[in-house]
Write a protein that binds this ligand. Structure first.
Ligand code: FE2
Ligand code: FE2
Length: 271
């Protein structure tokens, strides 16, 4: 029985998140024997959206696939990259965006050991911009997926914990893992559902934790006090990586193990 080990990392926030990720990735890939690394990059460019340059830097750092969320289309310079006609596209956005939106909601990539893995991206609807039904979109994606691609990872970008549980239960047995993103706060409810789908309500943020979900505290509080909009800057302190490691049976696509992943920069011994 062969096992694939996946690392999924939650919302990557600004340069502090990117730098720590790039610094740690070679070690993490080796130490954990990772077959695939997926990161949600919707906040990777100064906290909002992603640019082609940043996307390419993530690939160079050792990330295999970048998923997105409600900030996916914030920067129009990424549109051509989202539309690339390569077979193994490495950046996807929620599949239930309007049909005319640039980009795709699913990709299938091959690991170094030859296992084909599908990565799907969907967005929730509670307290978020209107999108099509995420459950119906998941059905549509899975219907187009070759049945021999059994290892399947879903990034469900949603605000409400209940929405995320609904998606996890809806896809239980049809995908290997449903991992939530968007809140930037890691939850402690990792588990494997009865039909073999690993689940975590939210992967948490990769970025500066001395912040309000990544932005400078001193800028966010006045906006709430006054109602006057202000441009937020990326915070800098207490950088961490946050996500989940999932082990999947490559023959059945069933999850064998899931554990939370959380790495603090300040606890690492300087080398
Ligand atoms: Fe988001
Ligand atoms: Fe985010």
């Amino acid at each position: 029985m062969s096992t694939v080990r996946l690392l999924f990392l939650g919302d990557l926030f600004g340069q502090p998140g990117r730098d720590f990720l790039a610094q740690q990735m070679p070690r993490l890939r080796q130490e954990y024997g990772l077959d695939l690394v997926v990161v949600n990059g919707e906040n990777s460019a100064s906290g909002s959206g992603i640019s082609p340059k940043i996307f390419e830097s993530l690939l160079r750092a050792g990330v295999d696939v970048v998923t997105l969320g409600d900030h996916a289309l914030r920067r129009s310079e990424i549109f051509p990259t989202l539309e690339l006609a390569t077979e193994e596209i490495r950046i996807i956005r929620p599949a239930n965006f309007p049909p005319e939106a640039p980009g795709r909601g699913m990709t299938v990539v091959r690991t170094a050991s030859g296992v084909r893995i599908a990565v799907l991206n969907l967005q929730g609807r509670t307290f978020m911009n209107p999108v099509d039904c995420p459950l119906a979109a998941a059905d549509r994606l899975l219907a187009t997926l070759p049945s021999d691609v059994v290892v399947r990872l879903v990034d469900y970008h949603a605000e409400a914990t209940s929405d995320k549980q609904v998606m996890g239960r809806y896809l239980d047995g049809r995908v290997s893992a449903v991992i939530g993103t968007h809140t930037h706060v890691q939850t402690a409810d990792e588990r494997i559902f009865p039909n073999g789908t690993a689940f975590l309500t939210d992967a948490g943020m990769c970025g500066p934790y001395e912040s309000i979900i990544g932005s400078q505290i001193k800028q966010v509080i006045p906006v709430m006090r006054t109602g006057c909009p202000m441009r937020f800057e990326v915070a800098k302190q207490d950088v961490r990586l946050s996500g989940a490691i999932i082990e999947v049976d490559a023959e059945t696509g069933h999850a064998q193990h899931i554990e939370r992943f959380h790495l603090r920069q300040d606890t690492l011994v300087a080398k």
